[in-house]
Design a protein around this ligand. Structure first.
Ligand SMILES: NC(=O)c1ccc[n+]([C@@H]2O[C@H](COP(=O)([O-])OP(=O)(O)OC[C@H]3O[C@@H](n4cnc5c(N)ncnc54)[C@H](OP(=O)(O)O)[C@@H]3O)[C@@H](O)[C@H]2O)c1
Length: 343
């Protein structure tokens, strides 16, 4: 059986190590992808540090994947060996993780990478975009996606407030909100990221250091329309509480971590929503399929721009160091590993 190198988590709370695992055989509906770039996400270090999401060991993680088609499973059409593709990995499935040289992907949630986008850029897209799209266009909010009939620009005149616009997730929220017509698109970030976020579609960038009172006052000055959607892409207790206070009756606040708004403060009419943002799972698959059917075009036209990239040196070994670096925190950049460059 062919072998490959992978970043492996041998047991819960174990140490990441570069080890050898088999190259998998694609089953029906699957593609074997040679991984050229995989982006790192906060969840990658959290699964090891907090023992979350993974209960099968050894584990290979990594959900942001870009590479080339190596082999097709039964029934897969529309792809050929050598095609450049991007896809989202499946948490807790060693066969579908990005931190290895070859992985399986589900063909219906895999898209071709257009020529204007590099593997590195493409690898920054899957999880961040899925988090934006699943929260806005399914789950509780269930808005019409901008690529569906009547969806483009549908929410014109509706404000949205996005906490942590410079985060990977925040950048995709801003961009899909723009495609959906939301306006004003108000976000919070460090001032040095303001111009960049305006380039993505934010209409107003507020300093993340503002106090809750100052932030609420600034939002009021920008718009008198009710704030029916708040997307907290960082979801600390501080931002969640300010975000919840901004919400109009019948509004929804999306959070990406555990709910930190005290129960006593919550009212029935103002909802708090969080999802497991993976397009592979059954509850998200249909929306994921519709997204991936449009994704090549969205990237080709620049409607969706990938995150900025910092490439980690030393192949899979660099990913292990990258996980520690990500835990320290990054600003407006996605760390990306190159599994093929493993010595
Ligand atoms: N539930 C899910 O399925 C799901 C999916 C994806 C992500 N997540 C979670 O979502 C969070 C974000 O992930 P990510 O990959 O997007 O993060 P990231 O790109 O690593 O986030 C870094 C950015 O966060 C911004 N930031 C941090 N604290 C902030 C604050 N108080 N106010 C405004 N901006 C702040 C910083 O902005 P500046 O540089 O401007 O200072 C920085 O650029 C993580 O906790 C992750 O685990 C959950």
């Amino acid at each position: 059986m062919a072998q490959q190198k992978a970043v492996v988590l041998p047991k819960a709370k174990g140490d990441w190590l570069v080890d050898t695992v088999p190259v998998y055989t694609p089953g029906p509906g699957e593609i074997l992808v040679k991984v050229h770039a995989c982006a790192l996400n906060p969840v990658d270090w959290k699964i090891q540090a907090y023992e979350i999401y993974i209960n099968k060991f050894p584990a290979v993680h990594g959900v942001d994947i870009a590479g080339t088609v190596e082999a097709l499973g039964e029934g897969v059409t529309g792809f050929a060996k050598g095609d450049r593709v991007l896809t989202q990995g499946v948490i807790n499935e060693i066969t579908h993780g990005g931190f290895q040289q070859y992985t399986l992907s589900n063909a219906d949630v895999t898209a071709k990478i257009p020529d204007n986008i590099s593997f590195d850029q493409a690898s920054t897209v899957p999880l961040g975009l899925a988090t934006a799209v699943i929260n806005l266009y399914s789950a509780g909010l269930a808005l019409t996606p901008p690529w569906a009939d009547g969806g483009a620009g549908k929410y014109a005149g509706k404000p949205i407030v996005v906490f942590a616009g410079a985060s990977s997730v925040g950048q995709y929220v801003i961009q899909v909100a723009k495609l959906s017509g939301f306006g004003p698109i108000i976000t919070t970030a460090s001032p040095h990221n303001a111009a960049y976020l305006q380039g993505l579609g934010a209409t107003h960038v507020l300093d993340r250091a503002l106090s809750g009172d100052a932030l609420r006052a600034a939002v009021k000055q920008i718009t008198s329309a009710p704030i029916e959607v708040v997307f907290d892409a960082v979801s600390g207790a501080d931002t969640q509480n300010v975000g919840y206070e901004l919400l109009a009756p019948d509004g929804t606040m999306v959070i990406v971590l555990a709910n930190a708004v005290p129960e006593a403060k919550q009212t029935k009419d103002r909802k708090i929503q969080s999802v497991f943002a993976n397009v592979n799972v059954p509850q998200n698959r249909a929306l994921g399929r519709s997204l991936y059917a449009q994704l090549t075009g969205l990237l080709e036209t620049g409607a969706i721009k990938p995150n900025r990239v910092e490439v980690l040196p030393n192949g899979l070994h660099g990913i292990i160091l990258g996980l520690a670096k990500l835990r320290e925190g990054v600003s407006n950049v996605k760390l990306v590993g190159h599994p093929q460059e493993t010595a």
